[in-house]
Design a binder for this molecule. Structure first.
Ligand SMILES: [Zn+2]
Length: 281
């Protein structure tokens, strides 16, 4: 009988630990998603964004956001937007793209007390200049790059709308080269999804938020809500077949996970997100 109190003490500890482990298991991982204004593109002729003549003689305004994903294991920056030089000097490119920017990414980061050194990982949906300008402002971050996209961006002469000078730090930055999907923090909450077609290594991002649910940032797989269903394929995509397969993948994933799609260039999708420095969680 003298062992009875010890038995109950051990049992109590076991039950307490078991319950607390169960409680810990149930705790969702707290992630914040910030959408940051990284410029704007006014397109006076949108025809090239559909190879089936859907956008002939149409004009459109495109948002150009960057996204911060704040995870307990570090911060991921997704896309680095248009060049800061546009803040002082807006530009018209190719006669149809009017590019503007009102605030630098670094000034936006300052609003929530961050500097580039606080950004653990940087990845871009693809290497077009409206998604990758400013990448070299993060030389101390780990760059997560698709192998095929890096090889594509480095080809000479530079492919369509790629400014490879933004990659000049890649040889000295810490780099993770990936081939396909990639689980950024190793817990399934933030996953890079291979969605080639717009460019050979184009990728999208899936984020599982505890309150807001699953969010898909689709890069340039779609340029507007109207190019999601039915799918409109830009004439300058590197592969129509890959674009269609990637769209099919995202549409099925969105349906099966009840995800919220953010078409990054769609200004209504961008404006529908909490205004920075507010966030989704
Ligand atoms: Zn774009």
């Amino acid at each position: 009988m003298k062992y009875l109190p010890i038995f109950f003490s051990i049992a109590a500890i076991f039950i307490f630990n078991h319950c607390s482990a169960q409680t810990q298991e149930k705790q969702p991982i707290q992630i914040k998603l910030y959408a940051i204004d990284c410029g704007r593109i006014d397109v006076s002729n949108f025809a090239g964004f559909s190879d089936t003549a859907d956008y002939d003689n149409k004009t459109v305004q495109l948002a150009d956001p960057c996204f911060l994903i704040v995870h307990p294991k570090g911060i991921l920056l997704w896309d680095t937007g248009l060049p800061d030089s546009l803040i002082k000097k807006p530009e018209t490119v190719g006669g149809i793209y009017h590019l503007t920017k009102s605030i630098s990414l670094q000034d936006s980061l300052k609003k929530i007390g961050l500097t580039p050194n606080d950004i653990k990982y940087v990845s871009v949906s693809h290497s077009h200049f409206d998604h990758m300008s400013g990448l070299d402002q993060f030389p101390n971050s780990t760059w997560i790059l698709q192998k095929v996209e890096l090889n594509y961006a480095k080809t000479h002469p530079n492919p369509f709308v790629i400014d490879a000078s933004q990659l000049k730090s890649y040889k000295t930055a810490h780099i993770v080269i990936i081939n396909g999907d990639y689980d950024v923090f190793g817990d399934g909450t933030v996953q890079i999804l291979s969605t080639p077609g717009h460019t050979p290594g184009h990728q999208s991002l899936e984020i599982k938020l505890s309150q807001a649910g699953v969010i898909i940032l689709s890069g340039d797989e779609f340029h507007q809500r109207s190019s999601f269903e039915p799918l409109r394929v830009p004439v300058f995509n590197t592969s129509r077949a890959e674009t269609m397969a990637s769209a099919d993948r995202l549409k099925t994933l969105i349906k099966n996970t009840n995800a919220r799609l953010i078409v990054q260039h769609d200004e209504h999708d961008f404006e529908g997100l909490p205004k920075f420095p507010n966030y989704l969680d």
